[in-house]
Design a protein around this ligand. Structure first.
Ligand code: SF4
Length: 268
């Protein structure tokens, strides 16, 4: 979407892929789909093709243009590990993240098996970077808990869980090797309710395991009225971020040109 984000736990969003397909109950009220479909058929709009998946190579170099270090949510409008995103495109997204290393990246997926498989092999260098955080979505026991095991099996330096929308009590979860937990309820029309005890259980488990805990929102039909306090306070913990210098201008411009050259149409 843009340089600025309304999402509570990030500064900016970067969408080198747009569109996705639903796979599990956490997708039922996908905000990205609702947003994208509003613009289907609007000529020239970035979402003219609605929520159909498509690569956006002209967006690839975007983080290299941002000189101020940001926390960047990668593909807020898609899933980088969707089966229709080719391996070499995923590798080029990772290449940009590794080059523009003055930012911190949050890569969140529901396709946790492909994430694991690529981090174990072709993405192993990106997996080892402290400024790239790899995460999986967890909405319930059946679909969410196996994703935590897939993530744990990936050799990522920083692993996180986005437990949102939390749809049921997850019980005791294994937090070994997990470095951050975000929890939130669903918001908007038809939002499925989240019980306070489910959130308290996760917060207490994170406290015991010394895992930073971020409570995003209660959600509900009127999200702002429900707020984001839990037991009278906000929970805004994050993993510690590395701080690396911004690349000088000539090298940055050269890096942008290299990335842009990857997807230039062939000369006639
Ligand atoms: S995986 Fe994410 S972006 Fe894709 S449909 Fe599900 S909620 Fe939406």
């Amino acid at each position: 979407m843009s340089q600025h984000s309304e999402i509570e736990w990030t500064d900016a969003t970067w969408n080198p892929v747009r569109g996705c397909t639903k796979i599990t109950p956490g997708c039922t009220h996908c905000y990205a789909e609702t947003f994208a479909e509003r613009f289907r058929g609007v000529p020239g709009h970035p979402y003219e093709q609605g929520f159909d998946l498509r690569l956006v190579p002209e967006k690839l170099a975007e983080p290299l243009r941002w000189k101020t270090p940001k926390m960047i949510f990668v593909n807020s409008m898609s899933d980088l590990f969707h089966q229709d995103v080719p391996d070499d495109y995923v590798l080029n997204v990772a290449r940009v993240m590794q080059t523009a290393n003055w930012h911190t990246y949050q890569v969140l997926s529901k396709r946790s098996e492909r994430l694991r498989d690529m981090l174990q092999t072709t993405l192993s260098a990106a997996a080892a970077e402290p400024h790239i955080w790899w995460g999986v979505s967890v909405e319930n026991r059946k679909h969410g808990l196996p994703r935590i095991d897939h993530l744990r099996a990936a050799p990522a330096r920083v692993r996180f869980l986005s437990i949102e929308p939390l749809l049921e009590d997850l019980g005791e979860i294994n937090l070994e090797g997990i470095h951050w937990v975000i929890v939130g309820g669903e918001s908007g029309a038809g939002a499925r309710p989240m019980q306070k005890e489910w959130v308290i259980s996760l917060r207490d488990q994170c406290e015991r395991a010394l895992v930073p805990f971020f409570f995003k929102q209660w959600g509900g039909v009127r999200k702002s009225a429900a707020g984001r306090e839990l037991d009278g306070k906000k929970h805004d913990q994050l993993p510690s971020r590395v701080s690396l210098p911004v690349m000088d201008n000539p090298r940055r411009q050269a890096a942008i040109a290299e990335i842009e050259a990857l997807y230039q149409p062939a000369a006639p």
